[in-house]
Design a protein around this ligand. Structure first.
Ligand SMILES: NC(=O)c1ccc[n+]([C@@H]2O[C@H](COP(=O)([O-])OP(=O)(O)OC[C@H]3O[C@@H](n4cnc5c(N)ncnc54)[C@H](O)[C@@H]3O)[C@@H](O)[C@H]2O)c1
Length: 318
């Protein structure tokens, strides 16, 4: 029996939209049928690369198409809420970029609307869909009692060279707390369950419109295990992301998303080889599975709301 090919519409053809479209263009279960971007140039350019996809500058025209099965939403965060509600009103399955929204109340409304629409709702947290995730889970079981989790995000330049887009510099929806920390809070939630912000201090520059330059935060897992966050941007340092778990029997350090180091008692950490598989393809496999009504391993909006709650608490927006 041949498998269905789902027609997907893409809203937002920027840096991330293009990355996902690259995975969609080669995926056997999806066909990009429509693309919408407020920039006609971007929409047109992406449509040209996507076979016979039609392009629009108004997402409502895209949503008026009855032949679309699903939508991938990759616009800047402050537009997620309004557009997602339109997508859900049109009863399309929705794969949404992180962070889910630009506030907790928006995220909660999106979850509610997704439940009412009865569609598949999913988010793109790439690490969760990679081979590294089960590897982390297995390794954590061998670390003994977990004493602490440290999250370190250091950027010499913000926004990063590959994501030069003005909204990322602004306080309203940009900054590395909104852009990068959801990945780590989601990872922590997926590995250990609920976490709560005990205190958070954010450093801001004098310009009230500009995003943060630092964060120092202390959180706890439900069993009381401490989690710390040490984030800095604009320092004379090489960009470095490090997710460390310290246990009584071993220590684990996931550096720059893909390099996993394991250390033992008074032993130098050693690098673990992990196969690199295209993580967006794996996410699309799961999304298609859910659309077929089968069980799938997806980050849903329910989890997106939990991540948003931590994010807003880190920013002092509770
Ligand atoms: N999951 C990941 O690893 C990952 C990585 C990078 C970015 N992101 C997320 O993806 C989203 C987009 O980020 P980006 O880096 O691609 O930003 P970007 O600025 O490069 O692209 C956003 C695109 O959306 C378009 N747009 C804005 N408003 C629109 C609207 N109303 N309708 C249609 N198009 C509209 C812009 O013209 C632009 O082309 C953000 O939520 C970001 O946090 C996720």
């Amino acid at each position: 029996m041949s498998q269905p090919v789902y027609k997907i519409g893409v809203i937002g053809a920027g840096v991330m939209g293009e990355r996902m479209m690259n995975a969609l263009r080669t995926h056997s279960l999806f066909r990009i049928a429509a693309i919408s971007d407020v920039s006609a140039e971007r929409a047109q350019e992406s449509a040209k690369l996507s076979g016979d996809a039609t392009w629009y500058t108004d997402h409502r025209e895209l949503l008026a198409r009855e032949d679309l099965d699903a939508v991938y939403l990759a616009v800047p965060p402050k537009f997620h809420h309004a557009i997602a509600l339109d997508v859900l009103a049109a009863k399309k399955h929705l794969l949404c970029e992180k962070p889910l929204a630009n506030s907790l109340s928006e995220a909660e409304e999106m979850l509610q609307a997704a439940k009412e629409a009865g569609v598949v709702h999913a988010m793109n947290f790439p690490t969760f869909y990679q081979a590294i995730f089960p590897e982390l889970k297995n390794r954590i079981a061998q670390l003994g009692t977990i004493r602490r989790v440290d999250i370190l995000t250091h950027f010499h330049q913000w926004p990063r060279p590959w994501q030069q887009t003005p909204w990322l510099c602004g306080r309203e929806q940009g900054g590395f707390i909104r852009e990068v920390l959801p990945h780590f809070t989601h990872l922590t939630y997926a590995l250990f369950g609920d976490l709560e912000v005990v205190r958070s201090e954010v450093d801001y520059p004098a310009d009230p419109e500009a995003c943060e330059t630092g964060v120092s935060a202390f959180l706890r897992l439900a069993d009381g295990t401490p989690v710390t966050i040490n984030g800095l941007a604009g320092i004379a340092h090489v960009e470095h992301l490090d997710y460390r778990i310290y246990g009584t029997e071993g220590t684990l350090s996931l550096q720059n998303w893909t390099n996993l180091f394991i250390g033992g008692d008074n032993q130098a950490p050693s690098l673990v080889e992990i196969p690199l598989i295209d993580r967006l393809t794996l996410l699309l496999d799961e999304f298609a599975q859910a659309m077929e009504g089968k069980e799938a391993r997806l980050v849903t909006f329910e989890t997106g709301v939990k991540v948003q709650k931590v994010l807003e608490a880190l920013l002092g927006n509770e």
